[in-house]
Design a protein around this ligand. Sequence first.
Ligand SMILES: Cc1cc2nc3c(=O)[nH]c(=O)nc-3n(C[C@H](O)[C@H](O)[C@H](O)COP(=O)(O)O)c2cc1C
Length: 250
Amino acid sequence: MFSFTTMKNTTSLINAINYRRSVRVYDANKKIDSAIVKKCIQQATLAPNSSNMQLWEFHHITSKEILKNLAEACLGQSTATTATEMVVVVVRKDLWKQRTKTHINYLTKLFSVKPSNEYSKREKFALNYYKKIMPFAYGDFFGIYGYIKYAISWLTGIFRPTYRQLRKSDMRVVAHKSAGLAAQTFMLSMAAENYDTCPMEGFDSLRVKKALQLPTKSQVNMVISCGIRKPEGVYGERFRIPFESIYKHW
Ligand SMILES: Cc1cc2nc3c(=O)[nH]c(=O)nc-3n(C[C@H](O)[C@H](O)[C@H](O)COP(=O)(O)O)c2cc1C
């Protein structure tokens, strides 16, 4: 499905970055190819993500009925009501055990050419990472264990630099950061195809979950409308605050 490339083609990336705008009105007469949208989702899965845990799901919606339900759940925003298709990025932090198992199986198979007592330091570390560190980071009991880990890291932090973001709320941020990167990778991939998108956080998460029959423990990261822009669908020139005011060079 994927291939490595060493080709340096920054022009197309810059074009995609400039082309991407949040589009609020799509042209109902211009269809998009669902296969291309799917390809862009595949590209989104190549986004960097925390510990490569891939605690995400991408729901690609083309069904008219579900699109209608989602548009309502997105508070009737025009970008949702005029969308040709939608993609919902969902955080599945609850799948951490399954993901660690997948990693352990993958690594064990990868290293299986030799007995385990001959594993290199790096190989041992990789296996331990998924066997011990990930359960430590993601394991929790109603948020209580998270506070204990937080206290341990705070105490350790008095003596040496340590990782501190271990509470339930911190792990939620960790998972959403990665999902956000995947969402942006998807939108840039779409822009490279001259397809338009608009990320949305203005939605009723309960209704979105109901429309997609998502489990209670899942979290909706972003709903992304897709289509081809109408000229009036882009609300004016891009506005950004002066670069000098947000760029700090140390
Ligand atoms: C996390 C996130 C949530 C957003 N939610 C909405 C939304 O609910 N509705 C909307 O019309 N635009 C939404 N936007 C789009 C922003 O308003 C838009 O990115 C910003 O105004 C900059 O414009 P540009 O994307 O065209 O560069 C969202 C963007 C992000 C990143």
